[in-house]
Unconditional design. Structure first.
Ligand code: ZN
Ligand code: ZN
Length: 137
């Protein structure tokens, strides 16, 4: 089964996509870069992402992806990156657990506000509605 022919997003070359999303040349380069990052982190276990980016030239996104994949835990190094909201070190996703909960609560609040507004619009349309309904949450 042949993959789709498309342009490599890294070098622009036409290639048959076999699931790596980049051509074989670039895929090999990525693997090499990943190995370089792993080696660097192994030699510098306390290194922060910006330091790794500078030392290896690997894009930040690649390093975060490797953290999420547990690539550094495999070599016994606990790596983390800052939560995009509060800066707390995290190892998965974009924001930390507590920011995720905050976000979830905010969304729920918004959702229930919308529901309440809809219900209010409905009941006001029927003239005298029941105002004692208390089934929020
Ligand atoms: Zn390529
Ligand atoms: Zn956070």
């Amino acid at each position: 089964m042949a993959g789709k022919i498309k342009n490599c997003p890294m070098c622009g070359k036409l290639f048959a996509d076999t699931g790596h999303r980049v051509c074989m040349d670039c895929y090999e380069k990525i693997l090499e870069k990943e190995a370089e990052v792993v080696n660097y982190v192994r030699d510098n276990p306390g290194a922060k992402i910006p330091e790794i980016v500078e030392a290896t030239g690997a894009p930040e996104g690649m390093i975060k992806k490797m953290i999420r994949e547990g690539r550094f835990e495999q070599i016994g190094v606990k790596m983390s990156y800052p939560c995009e909201k509060c800066g707390k070190p995290i190892i998965t996703g974009k924001i930390c657990q507590s920011c995720q909960e905050d976000l979830h609560k905010e969304l729920q609040k918004k959702a229930s506000a919308i529901t309440a507004a809809k219900q209010a619009a409905k009941s006001s349309g029927q003239g005298h509605g029941m105002y004692s309904k208390n089934n929020l949450g």
